[in-house]
Ligand binder design. Sequence first.
Ligand code: SAM
Length: 254
Amino acid sequence: MKLSNRLQLILDHIPHGSRLADIGSDHALLPTAAVESGTCVSAIAGEVNTGPFQAAVKQVKESGLTQTVAVRLGDGLEVLKPGEVDVITISGMGGGLIASILDRGVEKLSGVSRLVLQPNVGEDILRRWLLAHQWVLINEHILEEDGKIYEVLIAEPEELRELEISNETLYKERVLDGGIVLTTEWLLRFGPYLIQRPTSVFHAKWKTEIQKLNGILQSLSKSEQVSAEEKSESIRTDIKLIEEVLICLLKDKQ
Ligand code: SAM
């Protein structure tokens, strides 16, 4: 089965021999491919909606994998029993929804050794959730497919990463060449790894963010509320910082 580059990137970060749960699996393409390729020994496809659930059941049947890929109907992590899987993937939803799925099923995460998450928006919300719940980001990627930009975040429990990278070092304030201070807040927004190896897709994402912020500024300029000016000032500060960071990263590359 040929996966999209986005789903393939997620699959590439599932350790060999894992027992996988893919939550919000839709057509169960990822768990099916994970077992078919030999990456996973078993998989669970979780779906809250009956349409995608039935599509997943059909996909698994047609692939002849009903013995190794279970399809379960339910909300978030409630479809899992404690200790049943090693890796959980959640992709193709907003960062806020992914964080809420993790939050509501936090007790199911004990024994899980890796999360591979792909938020469509709100990546910072997810980084904040991981930081607050002692999960360490061990890597992250950004890719563009069909005109959309996606980020993939890979995290492991802090206790497993004791001697290596820690959240404390990952999000520690950094000073870029030119004296630009990247606070923890900005590292959560840019992504602590993505900013270290900025690609053309990273630049494209943040140029689009600047355009969005300029759009908000324009709307705010029509408002007569006092709070609108305060908000505008804060947005102008953000735009200035993003622009400075992008210029600085480009200079670093030359
Ligand atoms: N994960 C696939 C991917 O990345 O291509 C499908 C993404 S699809 C856009 C999002 C899926 O998540 C939908 O099928 C939706 O029904 C499911 N979903 C949304 N909230 C969910 C929840 N709380 N629990 C389980 N599934 C959920």
